[in-house]
Design a protein around this ligand. Structure first.
Ligand code: NAD
Length: 331
């Protein structure tokens, strides 16, 4: 079996490549390294290129016999999508249309797509299941929802099989310490807190402590990156066994507050987390927690690393390794 992984040099994609290689699959990665890292691709072949180049896709799909596509490549900054929506509609929606057309024309029918909880917008009920209304409140979420709509139309018209995986908050790192999160700029809470502990970033900003939650801080659903990747493999296998195209939430169903994250980072690192209170951010709901029972039931997916301590321990191990490498030490 041979899979194409777009965005395989990025945070989640690189963990997926590692999992596929470990399972004995052949892997081709297309990543333009706009936010990814060459050394995060632990094997297979890396083609440094825009995945939405139709000529490249035609060449790849003619020369290689792919069994499916894992499509991670994307722009991912919510704030940037608000200030520069065209970039997101072009890079996420329009570029994926090119991929879908190339797959259609070459008879390639199985696609696992990285969607997001941002397709839901403001939660109207918690936990959020897949039937929840989809009213994205930013162009990032809208650009992903458009892809879901395109995939659904391609299924009807051309028989595409797809699974859209709506991740909540991807977190953690490879348990073996070979890979981890490396976004630039970093916007995710756990790496921001860990980097603040290491003095690599300024004190963490805690946006609001007067929400209607037990400790007043926002609650989010963190899912270990290895559990996310396991779900991708199950999703591909589900389609190969004839499963219908579908969307699945990926989360733990157990939310953790920002204060719980700060406390756990402190206990794992053995150091206080420097943080300062800041005003609430516009559009930040108090709680975002997934109902992932469809993925649990249909894909037989059960997260293994479903406690915050493990997620943060693995992320901390990665941050220590990166810090040591920056100082010329090998660990
Ligand atoms: N990180 C999260 O918590 C989270 C949550 C929900 C959804 N997602 C989705 O998961 C996917 C992966 O996210 P991530 O955190 O690993 O992001 P990332 O930025 O680390 O990885 C994205 C990768 O795609 C590559 N890329 C971007 N545009 C490309 C293009 N046109 N051609 C080729 N390569 C391109 C980048 O170089 C990078 O390696 C994205 O689709 C994102 O929207 C992530």
């Amino acid at each position: 079996m041979h899979y194409l992984v777009t965005g395989g040099a990025g945070y989640i994609g690189s963990h997926m490549v590692k999992l596929l290689l470990k399972q004995g699959f052949q892997v081709t990665v297309v990543d333009d390294l706009s936010s990814g890292h060459r050394d995060a691709v632990l094997g297979g072949e890396l083609i440094v290129h825009d995945f939405a180049d139709r000529a490249l896709l035609d060449q790849l799909f003619t020369e290689r016999n792919f069994d499916g596509v894992f499509h991670f490549a994307s722009k991912i900054l919510v704030g940037e999508s608000v200030s520069n929506p065209a970039k997101y509609y072009r890079a996420n929606s329009f570029a994926t249309l090119t991929l879908l057309e190339a797959m259609r024309d070459h008879g390639l029918n199985h696609l696992v797509f990285s969607s997001t909880a941002a397709v839901y917008g403001e939660p109207q009920s918690i936990p959020i299941d897949e039937a929840h209304p989809k009213v994205p409140v930013n162009p990032y979420g809208a650009s992903k929802l458009m892809v879901e709509m395109m995939m659904s139309d391609f299924q009807r018209a051309h028989g595409l099989r797809y699974v859209a995986l709506r991740y909540f908050n991807a977190a953690g790192a490879d348990a073996e310490g070979l890979l981890g999160e490396c976004h630039e700029p970093e916007t995710h809470l756990i790496p921001l807190a860990l980097k603040a502990v290491l003095g690599k970033l300024p004190p963490l900003k805690l946006f609001g402590d007067d929400y209607d939650t037990p400790d007043g801080t926002c609650i989010r659903d963190y899912i270990h990156v290895e559990d996310l990747c396991a779900a991708h493999l199950l999703a591909m296998q589900y389609m190969k066994k004839g499963g219908d195209s579908a969307a699945f939430n990926l989360g733990n169903g157990a939310g953790y507050s920002v204060k719980q994250v700060i406390d756990t980072v402190a206990s794992v690192s053995g150091k206080l987390v420097p943080f300062e209170l800041a005003p609430r951010r516009e559009g930040d709901p108090a709680r975002l927690v997934a109902d992932a029972s469809r993925a649990n039931g249909v894909l037989q997916w059960a997260p293994i690393h479903n406690d915050l301590e493990t997620i943060i321990r693995h992320a901390w191990q990665w941050e220590l390794k990166v810090a040591a490498q920056a100082q010329g030490k090998i660990i």
